[in-house]
Design a protein around this ligand. Structure first.
Ligand code: 3PG
Length: 408
């Protein structure tokens, strides 16, 4: 695969596909983690004289966090100490004219790529190649640098469509992510502990199944909604309120699958022994085996409890490799962030080689100033897809581009 140092960039127009898709509250971006992660690539390209066209998606149509990239431009400019101009267009005349007039060392950011319908579908590379986004921009571009690891599981025009048309080069973040994840997956020292939390239950089940079958994991600790599904699969009752919630989210259909995984690997999958519920606005911890568990009928479980945290902590401190994805609870509410934060903290304290990801939940690592994690991945779904043993379209596209242009 092509690396940044394989080419020179003086006077060249570079399309940098980043993933700056970030959490948004009341119309404002609340975490700059993904911006900071891509800065080394941006700096390298600008210092080496590139004319830089940055592009990202932000959420999807009709969602609350679907906003323009105007604030993305402001954040990048502030972090870089240099203007990154917001261009309110993707591949129309305004964008093309601005790209053509770029000077060496100048940077612009295009409009939210998902304002274009082409960027909302998943299509094979050959079809992505025929989109207007690719056809209109390709003539203006010399190289494509892809640093959007967090979107590496998506087959969309800006992510894979240039591969056979322009040399597609791995950015520094992409390289770092792939190296760290490969190390944990292929060469992880034992015991290898996976922590699976959050709401992406289906993806997490695929990871659990793959790493256990392929003998890449020795133990799996569960939390968040992943923990709920495995707890039900073990035959415990989580109460009417929680089961209704899970039914609404379509999660009950996954219980059978979780049961099948347990049939094969029961002792290797740990589930919470206590939970924290929202008891009239306050955190209340309830043991899964106590009489108080009747409260689960009325009150929502929003975090793992302290006994679970203690058990998980001990295991994590003795691990050789840790891979963690997703929060243990509703970390956005301070009183229910305890499980997520304490698990991340234990990972940081552990001597293990550790990789932690989970999209927006990694913001809590910075918020609570947690140190000592070997690699904080910007990927949520992409990281899960990697550990599920799937082929990531963007990584495949790098290989195709390399094969295409190494011969030229
Ligand atoms: C993410 O945050 O997981 C990536 O930016 C991908 O976003 P998507 O799930 O909307 O494609």
């Amino acid at each position: 695969m092509f690396r940044l140092t394989d080419f020179t960039y003086e006077g060249k127009t570079v399309f940098l596909r980043a993933d700056l898709n970030s959490p948004v509250k009341d119309g404002k971006i609340t975490s700059d983690a993904r911006f900071r992660a891509v800065l080394p690539t941006i700096r390298y390209l600008l210092e080496n004289g590139a004319k830089l066209v940055i592009a990202t998606h932000q959420s999807r149509p009709y969602k609350e966090d679907y906003i323009t990239t105007e604030e993305h431009a402001e954040i990048l400019s502030k972090l870089l100490g240099k203007e990154v101009e917001y261009v309110e267009d993707i591949f129309g005349r305004l964008a093309r004219e601005r790209i053509s007039s770029l000077r060496s060392g100048e940077a612009i950011i295009l409009e939210n790529l998902r304002f274009s319908a082409e960027e909302v579908f998943y299509k094979p590379l050959e079809e992505c190649e025929r989109t207007f986004l690719i056809r209109k921009l390709a003539p203006l571009i010399d190289y494509v640098v892809n640093d959007a690891f967090a979107a590496a599981h998506r087959s969309q025009p800006s992510l894979v469509g240039f591969a056979r048309i322009k040399p597609m080069i791995m950015g520094k973040l992409m390289e770092k992510e792939v190296d760290a994840l490969t190390r944990a997956y292929e060469k992880g020292e034992k015991p290898r502990v996976y922590v699976l939390g959050g709401a992406k239950v289906e993806d997490s089940l695929r990871v659990a199944e793959n790493v256990l079958r392929m003998e890449k994991a020795d133990l799996i600790l569960t939390g968040g909604l992943v923990g709920h599904v495995f707890t039900l699969a073990k035959g415990f009752n989580l109460g009417d309120a929680n089961i209704e919630f899970m039914a609404r989210k379509g999660l009950l259909e996954l219980v059978d699958w979780a049961e099948r995984i347990l049939d094969e690997f029961y002792p290797m999958i740990r589930t919470p022994v206590d939970f924290a519920i929202d008891y009239r606005g306050e955190r209340l911890e309830v043991d899964l085996l106590s009489d108080e568990k009747r409260l689960f009928d009325e009150y929502p479980i929003l975090d793992i409890g302290s006994r679970t945290i203690e058990k998980y902590r001990e295991i994590l401190l003795g691990a050789g490799t840790i891979v963690a994805n997703g929060p243990m609870g509703v970390f956005e509410r301070e009183e229910f962030a305890l499980g997520t934060v304490e698990v991340f903290r234990a990972i940081g304290e552990s001597k293990a080689f550790s990789v932690v990801g989970g999209g927006h939940s990694i913001a809590s690592i910075y918020k609570y100033n947690i140190k000592g994690i070997s690699h904080i991945s910007t990927g949520g779904g992409a990281m899960l897809s990697f550990f599920a043993g799937e082929k990531l379209p963007v990584l495949e596209a790098f290989k195709i581009s390399h094969r295409t242009f190494i011969q030229k």
